[in-house]
Ligand binder design. Structure first.
Ligand SMILES: Cc1cc2nc3c(=O)[nH]c(=O)nc-3n(C[C@H](O)[C@H](O)[C@H](O)COP(=O)(O)OP(=O)(O)OC[C@H]3O[C@@H](n4cnc5c(N)ncnc54)[C@H](O)[C@@H]3O)c2cc1C
Length: 582
């Protein structure tokens, strides 16, 4: 079927929902397409909080928040974007409160706030209470609140519709084409449909599933990011992937940084608070890249618990009241998945792949850009974790993602409404679904004795975890590149056992693996080229940050034999790069 709309939003996480709400308020005929039921989006699992310099408990200013964001991102942050983030954080959080989000409260009724890594007062002096929260279910509350508002404002939802291709009018984006819609496959019956629109937003979230140990949901396979890449749009700063220090050992499920924000500590086998050695001022509340590296170093030095590859997160001293009121879910995770009682025992933790700083390049109006001069692709927008605006630079601070969704999701919706008001709807594109149909038929037609997507995915995840993780070097990255190429070749010959069309998740997973392979290839190539250490990209063969050579964004374009790399300037408006100590 061909569905005509004025605006299409792909993804129903925080970024997509706020954009859709804004479009609906402006009276734009809008559809949200989502491969999951909306409230199952990963935003719903966010635990710790959303930051805004409200200053409810102690003095705070948006300028301090901006500074922390820039320094936290190891100066690769675009400062014009960080200023927008820090300023507009305040009004978006208050708007959410007015929509009815049940934040925790201070005794005098204001939104309660807690500490989080890298958020400080007075440009780095001491930790500041900036994260607003609803216990450790902040993302869940944001998602429910925004979904209710979308329903109230008449947004149309197409649930369990997976977008499999992007459509352009007047040529591909590199040749000046404008966005014209998407092709989507309905999970229930496998049918392909076209959705035509003047403006298309990609809000498809992250891609942590390319790593073995990750906090990310199974659905986070980078679909929107890979589809842009396949249409000639470059991917920005993909070498920067964040590892969160406190994942549940072996499975990666997250125990929020809120545990440390409330006063939890990290201990090694000797019972030492080892962060004293690495970040004497902020200790456990140093940014995540630093804490994860410190943990690896402790483990390498043989001070992991029992000499093994994990350490302890200790919240025993916080007491039952704080734990039950502010950290109920994550302490339950420790009980359920580890059989550990956090009230009386320390919890074993290890770093887990968590957040993509890189993604689809955009300007501060969430318009997708396609080159070093930030030329806009008309009608195409991106927001949330799939986008790189870039407010997180080389390393994101905790609670800065949820606020990124709100601020840039809202901006995306507003800009899309303005854009859609001034252009005609694209005409139907003949045979728009044919390229995808042919691809799917080719997979179905292969004999079922070939290799499965699951086997290739397992090898990819192990390779990325072991060779493209917290620490990297030229040798490991070169080996990873060879492995990714080998897996790509094997993926081209993949086969499936279910050739039906009803709820064919095997076919969908085979496609999703293709997205992950594209993204892994770009990640490894970008990391191999960047011969310095900055934020989450830490090279043992190039341990120093090199501003002279590398204070620039990577842009990776799809070439015939892997990505071609180009570079783009960083916007520096207020804060000149300085050494990054905490
Ligand atoms: C466990 C966990 C805890 C976190 N805690 C915090 C926190 O406390 N504070 C913070 O700031 N950040 C936190 N983060 C990060 C933050 O939650 C995410 O970065 C953010 O929620 C991403 O939101 P999004 O709107 O970009 O996408 P998501 O919420 O991931 O949603 C993606 C959407 O895209 C849709 N989609 C994807 N592909 C397709 C396709 N092909 N076709 C159709 N639809 C598609 C999905 O159905 C889904 O609706 C956490 C992340 C995790 C994993």
């Amino acid at each position: 079927m061909d569905y005509p709309f004025d605006a299409i939003v792909v993804g129903a996480g925080g970024a997509g929902l706020w954009a859709a709400l804004e479009l609906a308020r402006e009276g734009v005929n809008t559809a949200v397409l989502t491969k999951l039921y909306p409230t199952r989006s990963h935003t719903g699992t966010a635990q710790g909080g959303v930051c805004a310099a409200l200053g409810n408990l102690e003095e705070d200013h948006w300028e301090w928040h901006m500074f922390d964001t820039v320094k936290g991102g190891d100066y690769l942050v675009d400062q014009d974007a960080a200023e927008v983030l820090a300023r507009e954080a305040i009004e978006t959080v208050i708007e959410l409160e007015h929509m009815g989000l049940p934040f925790n409260r201070t005794p005098d009724g204001k939104i309660d706030q807690r500490r989080f890594g890298g958020h400080t007062s007075n440009y780095g002096e001491a930790p500041v209470r900036r994260a607003c929260f609803a216990a450790d279910r902040t993302g869940h509350m944001i998602l429910q609140t925004l979904y209710q508002q979308c329903i109230k404002h008449g947004v149309r939802f197409f649930d369990e519709f997976g977008v499999v291709d992007l459509l352009f009018d007047g040529g591909e984006p590199g040749a000046g084409g404008r966005a014209a819609g998407v092709v989507a496959q309905r999970l229930a019956d496998g049918e392909l449909h076209t959705f035509r629109a003047k403006a298309v937003l990609l809000a498809t979230g992250g891609f942590g599933r390319m790593f073995r140990i990750t906090s990310n949901a199974h659905s986070l396979t980078g679909d929107g990011v890979a589809l842009c890449y396949r249409h000639g749009i470059p991917l920005q700063d993909m070498e920067f992937f964040q590892f969160h220090p406190t994942g549940i050992v072996g499975i990666g499920i997250l125990l929020s940084e809120a545990a440390r924000g409330e006063g939890g500590t990290l201990l090694n086998d000797l019972g030492e608070r080892f962060m004293e050695r690495y970040a004497p001022k902020l200790m456990e509340l140093a940014p995540r890249d630093m804490v994860s590296r410190a943990m690896y170093q402790e483990i390498r030095a043989g001070r992991g618990i029992g000499g093994k590859d994990y350490l302890y997160l200790d919240v025993r001293h916080l007491g039952r009241k704080v734990i039950e009121e502010k950290l109920p879910d994550i302490t339950d995770f420790a009980r359920i998945y580890q059989g550990v009682e956090p009230l009386t025992e320390p919890v074993p933790v290890q770093p887990t792949a968590h957040y993509a700083m890189g993604g689809i390049p955009t300007n501060v109006s969430a318009e997708v850009t396609r080159d070093e001069k930030s030329t806009v692709v008309p009608g195409l927008f991106a927001a949330g974790e799939c986008a790189c605006v870039s407010v997180h630079g080389a390393n994101r601070l905790g609670t800065n993602s949820l606020v990124d969704l709100l601020v840039f999701g809202r901006r995306a919706g507003r800009q899309m409404a303005r854009y859609a008001g001034g252009v005609e709807r694209p005409r139907p594109i003949p045979n728009a679904v044919e390229p995808v149909r042919a691809e799917l038929e080719a997979i179905r037609a292969r004999p079922s004795s070939g290799e499965s997507a699951a086997a290739i995915r397992t090898e990819l995840q192990a390779e990325m975890m072991d060779n493209v993780g917290v620490y990297r070097d030229g040798k490991l990255l070169t080996a990873a590149l060879a492995k990714v190429r080998e897996l790509e070749a094997r993926h081209d010959r993949i086969s499936i056992t279910d050739c039906g069309s009803v709820f064919n998740t095997e076919l969908i997973e085979a496609r999703e693996l293709g997205y992950l392979l594209d993204i892994a290839h770009v990640t490894v190539s970008s990391a191999l080229a960047r011969t310095e250490s900055r934020g989450a990209h830490s090279r043992e063969d190039y341990p120093e940050r090199d501003d002279k050579k590398w204070l620039k964004h990577t842009l990776a374009y799809r070439g015939t034999d892997g990505p071609t790399l180009r570079y783009k300037d960083v916007s520096i408006t207020r804060f000149e790069p300085k050494p990054r100590t905490y």
